[in-house]
Design a protein around this ligand. Sequence first.
Ligand code: DAH
Length: 336
Amino acid sequence: MKEKIENLRSEIELAMEKTATGTELYQLKLKFQAELKTIMGGMKDLPKEEKPAFGKIVNEFKQAMEEKFELRAIVVREKEMQAKYEKERIDISMPGKNRKNGALHPITLVKNELIDIFAGMGFKVFEGPEIETDYYNFTALNTPKDHPARDMQDTFYLAENLLLRTQTSAGQIRVMEKQSPPIKILSPGRVFRSDDDATHSPMFHQMEGLVVDKGITLCDLQGMLAEFARKMFSETTKVRLRPSYFPFTEPSVEVDLSCSECGGKGCRLCKGTGWIEVLGAGMVNRHVLENCGVNPDEYTGFAFGMGVERIAMLKYGINNIKTLFENDIRFISQFE
Ligand code: DAH
């Protein structure tokens, strides 16, 4: 019996030295307890007088081993923590990842600024659809099928009567059909034309304005444009109207602003003229009012349309429209 105990002691002690995790130690303890049980089971075969002495030995052995298990548990726990720390080690001297903040695109910045300026003058925003019918984009705007002015815009047709809108002017019709004067709306949005060079892109943004009420004149347009020019560019920016032609306005004007680069003296940006063309405008043609059920003898109105990219290019001195769409981070991060 004593021999058995000694064998078990040395076997368990040896195995205990090798344990590295709490689970291993626990398994070993279960094994130890099972073997001890077998040894204690053998006690019933001992002569009666030997039983108490042997019982004492077994008890002492059990206690001693339990202490060893406890001590080993502390060592093993320490080992496990060390291994965990090693695995989860981070180098706090490494430089952190540089995460850049996002920012608004220059087109969005200019669009928001334009909306702010016109909202300050009482304009409400209306957004029309990008896919338009031939009627809203052309016919209702006094540009019927065989009208030569259709050649001014190379159109992407989706079907015979369906197209990608070439101008936000289509929104004028949608608003006037639903709303009766007084009307004061601003219609921003994307437009599409088969046109592609340094200053033209097949997709670009326009901002359309429409004011219809009793007694609206070209002077109202001029005054509003002067205010817009001062707010968007500078206090000293001047406005000039030149006669032009658009089918949906009569009279029509092309609007120039004094060059923001040279202040009107003449430079490369304004090609020596001192003026830069920024938008088209005019008094709403009476046919257009009639097409929308507005009585042209009672109401008059003015309209204007500008390219958002063009304004952005002038404001930030950008000479190629493509840079606005390439999304090169070195370029767009300059507007943060
Ligand atoms: N729709 C014209 C264009 O895309 C711009 C324009 C000119 C809009 C005169 C207007 C306007 O509302 O009155 O070229």
